[in-house]
Design a protein around this ligand. Structure first.
Ligand code: ZN
Length: 463
């Protein structure tokens, strides 16, 4: 006999609408949404009724950019605790990410529905140091190597192909044409320019701070054939380049127009810079800090021991300290402005976070920070669309996730507040449903071991 759940008296955000629909109901049958309506619900007598009067029901959130192999099981659970019911692994060795995907789908691990890209496709020059390199990268040494490297990924039914930093333009073009639109292709670009990738037919760009940079920054801050992003010099160029960029220049306005016309998604990953946005002292004392997963902490500890880290070693990107040249806040505000201009031009903004690759904010919770930053750039409703319906469309999974409509998976959130008025109200998440199964965020968080570097004596408040 089927299992029915009826949510009634909801303030409903379906993933699309510009204002919530009051007095709504949602009927779930097993793991899918059966019907949605307003007023008096028509439900089978045996339905389990959940009265959500005064609360908002919205689709489970989608993080379009995570690294599931870097965070351990505790990290995966955090997604559900934060209301993120779907995520795309945006770079990890194929066997590894496929194994995590299977374990999540079978219910052997608690975490989001996982879509996968497989490895990051770099050129012949190594883009990342260990331990990231062997967990995440695959080299495509030449144009001729493209079929041999890309065919097995398509045969293994990856959901996306991801181009990486040191991939030369010609090889990038060849990969995009070889994939032929069968799955989306996205890029964390460095050597290949965003404008070239858009012209070649790429579907998305990752990191607003990095992928469009070469088309936007003043010429003296462009990087050449730089082998790695893991250097202080590279970080300085990035910050100064953004700080001094003139977004009204023709090459920038052309890029924005082309991205909008072709609906190339901008995966924002603004929350990677949360510490700059939020301030270092606030971030030190942020209660989310206690949830940095043990696997991420262990990697940071090893990096700090090798590279020299201070007392707050758990907060910094490996290899980078807390000091900056230039004004990182100005650079970040310019990136928000780029998002605002792209959105105003009709472009596709989607939320992603690099969860697993960064420690703070922790997985899952980082998407809530991403949404806060996006809301500043494009407004509350557009920010929520960016992590629901728009993200699903970009991943080409809109028939399964990203909205509340008949036939979609019963992935939905119950929030004791109105996140369309203020996205920070997503923190008042009381229940998460994934495939019609209920989870309680507070219970999941209570089971995550606390970060021992977290200065709990100095902190007031909590999740
Ligand atoms: Zn990433």
């Amino acid at each position: 006999m089927p299992n029915y759940i009826l949510f009634k008296n909801a303030r409903l955000f379906d993933g699309f609408s510009h204002s919530p629909a009051p007095d709504s109901w949602v009927l779930v049958k097993d793991d899918r949404i059966a019907s949605v309506g307003r007023g008096n619900p028509a439900a089978p007598a045996q339905a389990c009724v959940v009265d959500v009067a005064g609360q908002t029901v919205l689709p489970g959130l989608i993080d379009t950019h995570i690294h599931s192999l870097l965070m351990g099981d505790e990290g995966l659970q955090l997604f559900i605790a934060a209301g993120v019911t779907s995520a795309r692994d945006c770079g990890g060795r194929l066997e590894g990410v496929k194994a995590v995907q299977r374990a999540l789908a079978a219910g052997d691990k608690l975490g989001p529905r996982l879509y996968v890209c497989g490895p990051l496709l770099q050129g012949s020059v190594q883009a990342l140091p260990e331990p990231f390199a062997s967990a995440m990268l695959e080299s495509v040494e030449s144009i001729d190597a493209v079929p041999g490297k890309v065919r097995p990924l398509l045969d293994n039914e990856v959901d996306c192909i991801k181009l990486y930093f040191t991939l030369p333009t010609e090889t990038g073009r060849r990969i995009i044409s070889y994939v032929g639109g069968n799955v989306p292709v996205t890029g964390h670009l460095g050597w290949m320019r965003a404008s070239e990738a858009v012209e070649a037919g790429i579907s998305g760009l990752e990191h607003v701070s990095i992928s469009p940079f070469q088309d936007i920054c003043p010429l003296q801050h462009q990087w050449g054939a730089q082998p790695s992003m893991m250097s202080r010099e590279w970080g300085e160029k990035l910050r100064l380049g953004w700080q001094e960029a003139d977004l009204a220049e023709a090459r920038t306005t052309n890029l924005i127009a082309q991205m909008a016309e072709r609906q190339v998604a901008m995966g924002t990953l603004l929350s990677v810079d949360w510490m700059t946005w939020n301030g270092f002292e606030n971030t030190r004392r942020d209660p989310d800090r206690r949830y940095i997963p043990p696997a991420v902490l262990a990697r940071h500890r090893a990096m700090a021991e090798a590279l020299g880290g201070g007392e707050d070693w758990d907060l910094h990107l490996p290899g980078f300290g807390g000091t900056h040249t230039g004004d990182p806040r100005k650079a970040l505000e310019k990136q928000l402005e780029f998002c605002r201009l792209l959105y105003a031009a009709g472009g596709l903004i989607v939320g992603g976070t690099d969860a697993g690759g960064v420690s703070m904010p922790p997985p899952g919770l980082s998407l809530l920070r991403e949404i806060e930053m996006l809301a500043v750039a494009i407004g509350e409703t557009a920010a929520l669309r960016a992590v629901t319906s728009q993200a699903a469309r970009y991943l080409r999974k809109q028939r399964d996730v990203g909205s509340i409509a008949p036939g979609r998976f019963a992935d939905l959130l119950v929030v004791d507040g109105d996140p369309l008025r203020d996205v920070r109200e997503l923190r008042k998440l009381t229940a998460v449903y994934k495939g019609g199964v209920e989870y309680r965020p507070a219970a999941i968080l209570a089971g995550i071991p606390a970060n021992s570097n977290y200065p709990s004596d100095k902190v007031t408040g909590g999740y």
